[in-house]
Design a protein around this ligand. Structure first.
Ligand SMILES: NC(=O)C1=CN([C@@H]2O[C@H](COP(=O)(O)OP(=O)(O)OC[C@H]3O[C@@H](n4cnc5c(N)ncnc54)[C@H](OP(=O)(O)O)[C@@H]3O)[C@@H](O)[C@H]2O)C=CC1
Ligand SMILES: O=C(CO)COP(=O)(O)O
Length: 335
């Protein structure tokens, strides 16, 4: 009898731990944590208290702080460290992962400097492996608590996606497929910046109409940039686009939204990130997205204001005043 597929998840933050918990319900799963004490807590108490509070993980989820052990065990590898750590993490195991092991990114950011998406970094660090991503409107704690949600496995190869779907799916976690890797990945990256704008709007005490405007025009910016880079614009109308945008802009648990709100309450960006104690990818991604917008000659007024705020050149109130000065054009054109 064939042995079951072994899933390895790298990164024991809120999302890596949650995805490992999903996989462990379907197949043997090992979670790598860079902190031995976190691996111990998961193995002995079945919790990751720093990131998921008192949430109880499946008994059969195993953890290790030995990254070589993790890499050697993988039949499927999921990379759940923040995007700025993907290259460094994978460079430690580039000779350890068996050929043809599919590698899925869970990260939603861009690498500063190279401007690369996590799947591009994975392809460089682990050449020849099938590469894809798992993304969608997935606030970690809600998924961990078993509240119904859906995600997308995006890979160019439909057969690989079809093999990966059941490893992460459950009765309440629906996993769809998509071959538009670029569009799905950009949706997850770009919505974080709009979520910071949405949080700033909340912190400034604006109404629901303003919030809806930020979401709708933010989606227009995301779609414009994505289409210019070669993504299918329809992808942005799906789970990884508008779906993730709504979840992240509306949820009080979203870290990007919370950072925006904290800045609008008067904290500096550094203070807001420190208060959060978790990753808010949009803070580091905003300048990189504006570089892409310039390269592809795409207007992104909301992202531009967010970038100016996180760089300390503008206050949230000035950013919103700035947005009011943008002359509205045809709705499907610019600004
Ligand atoms: N949380 C969510 O709801 C979702 C998050 N994501 C994405 O998943 C990715 C991870 O986010 P999330 O789990 O939430 O982040 P968290 O802030 O919850 O955790 C980050 C994890 O990455 C580890 N880490 C940080 N820096 C490094 C490094 N240089 N090398 C190795 N490990 C490192 C941390 O380790 P340590 O504890 O030791 O600092 C921690 O385990 C992000 O790209 C995020 O956008 C995607 C969907 C949902
Ligand atoms: O990507 C997420 C939900 O899909 C999580 O968003 P935050 O990183 O803003 O918490």
């Amino acid at each position: 009898m064939a042995r079951p597929v072994r899933v390895v998840v790298l990164g024991s933050g809120s999302w890596g731990t949650t995805v490992a918990g999903l996989a462990a319900r379907n197949t043997p799963t090992l979670l790598w944590s860079r902190r031995p004490e976190t691996a111990d807590e998961i193995n002995t108490e079945h919790r990751n208290s720093r990131y998921l509070g008192d949430h109880v993980l499946p008994d059969n989820l195993r953890a290790t702080s030995d990254i070589l052990e993790a890499a050697n065990e993988a039949d499927v590898l999921a990379v759940g460290v923040p995007s700025h750590a993907v290259r460094d993490t994978l460079s430690q195991i580039s000779n350890e992962v068996r050929a043809w092991v599919p590698v899925l990114s869970l990260s939603k950011g861009l690498e500063p400097g190279t401007r690369q998406r996590p799947t591009e970094i994975i392809s460089e660090c682990l050449p020849g492996h099938p590469v894809g991503l798992l993304a969608g409107p997935n606030i970690a704690r809600e998924v961990a608590d078993g509240l119904a949600a859906a995600a997308v496995v995006a890979t160019q190869d439909e057969d690989v996606a079809a093999a990966l779907q059941p490893l992460f799916a459950s009765r309440v976690f629906r996993v769809y497929r998509n071959t538009d890797v670029l569009g799905c990945e950009l949706g997850g990256v770009l919505k974080n910046i709009v979520a910071i704008a949405s949080g700033m709007a909340d912190g400034l005490g604006v109404g629901d109409n303003t919030r809806a405007m930020v979401l709708a025009r933010g989606l227009a910016e995301m779609t414009r940039l994505g289409e210019s880079m070669g993504a299918n614009p329809r992808t942005f109308a799906g789970l990884t686009g508008i779906g993730d945008l709504i979840a992240t802009c509306m949820s009080p648990a979203s870290r990007n939204r919370r950072v925006g709100e904290a800045i609008a309450r008067g904290l500096t960006v550094d203070e807001a990130v420190k208060e959060l104690g978790q990753v808010a990818e949009g803070v580091k991604t905003a300048p990189t997205v504006m570089e892409l917008a310039r390269d592809y000659n795409v207007e992104m007024p909301i992202a531009a204001e967010v970038e100016a705020v996180v760089a300390g050149r503008r206050t949230p109130a000035d950013a919103y005043r700035g947005l009011r000065k943008v002359q509205p054009g045809g709705e499907d054109e610019v600004a």
